[in-house]
Design a protein around this ligand. Structure first.
Ligand SMILES: [Zn+2]
Length: 443
């Protein structure tokens, strides 16, 4: 027996269902259509919706469509999955292109990577909008470390009715910014912040398309915020939001010259470990005062910059400098020649211009928006530059090793450096909290 043909649209579905309810006998075709036509005309959008949905489902079923156990159309689910895979591949290709291009131009050490982090209060599903409260972007390059940091506390306007509770819970568990960013008269400074952020990035790169990197777990949220900003404020600048983990892995393999990190898992682990998460004096004044720098956007983008330099600079023979490539206080081996460089920092940007600056100049925005709290901007001053005495000693007293031996030596030096850095970091920030094992290690 042939399948019963479904309604072509919501109205025809309504006609069919009405006829079925009436047994199809009491009215003629004309009477039925006249009756349903009048009824349909008086029905609201909401009342029509179930008929339209049932008509759509019936059409798909008639065409042989299949559904998941949640009632989702398998064809649609598969299409969405394919789009996600394609998007991921496109992103990987573009990250490789950016890094390869910089490498071919022998400017990889000076290429500026922007790392972004956003804290939000709540998500409003009806408009698919995040109400944000803090944003930070760091400009990082391997040669000059964390070059600059943009940071603002954001006032997102009044939260939609019924969403204060979820914002309060999220704030309490993380950044604790709700009371400071959401108070009468519910100011909204998102446009100003977004405009400043774009100018900040354009001041550090000549690329037409801006690319920002963020942790994969918050990539969708970040992309949503940025694309909503662009649409809302009619911004022409295209901004790509890419995975920090993929960029970090690609960069590491490129500077190392081979696939030292064959999968994303190593870069994912490193980002997850977040070894500099308790570094002092890199968060905004608000989070410094509340002693929750771990959730501070400014701290996060700064320490991710340190993490990347820490892993990638030695491969390019770039000496790690405390306060520049790694946090202040992390001991780097002393330079035998005792060379010291200090602020103001000078470097040539991607357009070849000489730039001079003092670190940490970008205002935190804390003073600007919350003057009653008396914030002050943090200046991370680079400490003494010291070149590896071990490497110098090796160069002076021994003949140059073969490539494999050199790689092994490089690895051991690197391991020593990393261990020293971690030990000092631990010592600096947790002197009294270490267990016996760590206390011994620290000595
Ligand atoms: Zn903060």
């Amino acid at each position: 027996m042939p399948k019963k043909k479904p309604g072509r649209n919501g109205y025809w579905q309504f006609v069919l269902e009405t006829r079925d309810k009436m047994g199809g006998k009491r009215m003629s075709k004309e009477e039925l259509e006249s009756y349903t036509g009048k009824k349909w005309a008086n029905m609201s959008k909401e009342e029509r919706k179930p008929f339209e949905e049932r008509a759509q489902l019936a059409r798909r079923a008639f065409d042989g469509a299949k559904y998941t156990s949640d009632g989702l159309d398998i064809a649609v689910v598969e299409k969405q999955a394919k789009e996600a895979v394609d998007k991921q591949q496109e992103m990987r290709k573009d990250i490789s292109r950016i890094i390869k291009l910089a490498d071919c131009n022998q400017r990889l050490d000076q290429h500026i990577f922007f790392i972004i982090h956003i804290n939000y209060l709540t998500h409003y599903p009806a408009e698919d909008k995040f109400y944000i409260c803090e944003i930070a972007v760091s400009a990082v390059c391997l040669r000059n470390g964390v070059v600059d940091v943009f940071h603002r506390l954001v006032k997102p306007g009044k939260l939609p009715l019924g969403f204060y509770g979820s914002a309060k819970t999220h704030s309490k568990l993380t950044h604790q910014l709700l009371e400071f960013c959401h108070e009468e008269p519910y100011e909204d400074n998102t446009e100003e912040v977004f405009t400043e952020m774009v100018s900040f990035m354009k001041g550090h790169t000549k690329e037409d398309i801006l690319t920002v990197y963020t942790k994969e777990i918050i990539l969708d949220m970040t992309e949503n915020v940025i694309q909503n900003f662009r649409a809302e404020f009619s911004m022409d600048e295209k901004i790509n939001v890419y995975s920090l983990e993929v960029m970090f892995g690609t960069l590491k393999n490129t500077v190392a010259g081979n696939l030292v990190w064959p999968t994303d898992s190593t870069s994912q682990n490193e980002v997850e470990k977040d070894v500099y998460s308790y570094t002092a004096d890199i968060s905004c004044q608000f989070h410094e005062d509340f002693d929750i720098s771990v959730f501070c956007s400014k701290s996060i983008v700064t320490r991710y910059g340190y993490m990347i330099c820490d892993h990638c600079c030695p491969d390019l023979n770039i000496q790690l400098v405390a306060g520049v490539h790694v946090p202040v206080g992390v001991k780097v081996p002393q330079n035998s020649s005792g060379v010291v460089t200090n602020t103001p920092w000078s470097y040539s940007n991607e357009s070849g211009q000489q730039v001079q600056e003092v670190r940490g100049q970008s205002s935190t925005g804390y003073e600007q928006h919350f003057p009653r709290l008396g914030g002050s901007s943090h200046v991370s001053t680079p400490s003494v530059v010291s070149f590896s005495s071990m490497k110098s000693a090796r160069n002076e007293t021994q003949p140059a090793p073969g490539p494999r031996a050199a790689a092994r030596l490089e690895q051991s030096f690197r391991a020593i450096q990393v261990n020293e850095a971690r030990r000092d970091h631990r010592n600096l920030h947790f002197p009294e909290h270490g267990c016996d094992k760590h206390a011994k290690l620290a000595k």
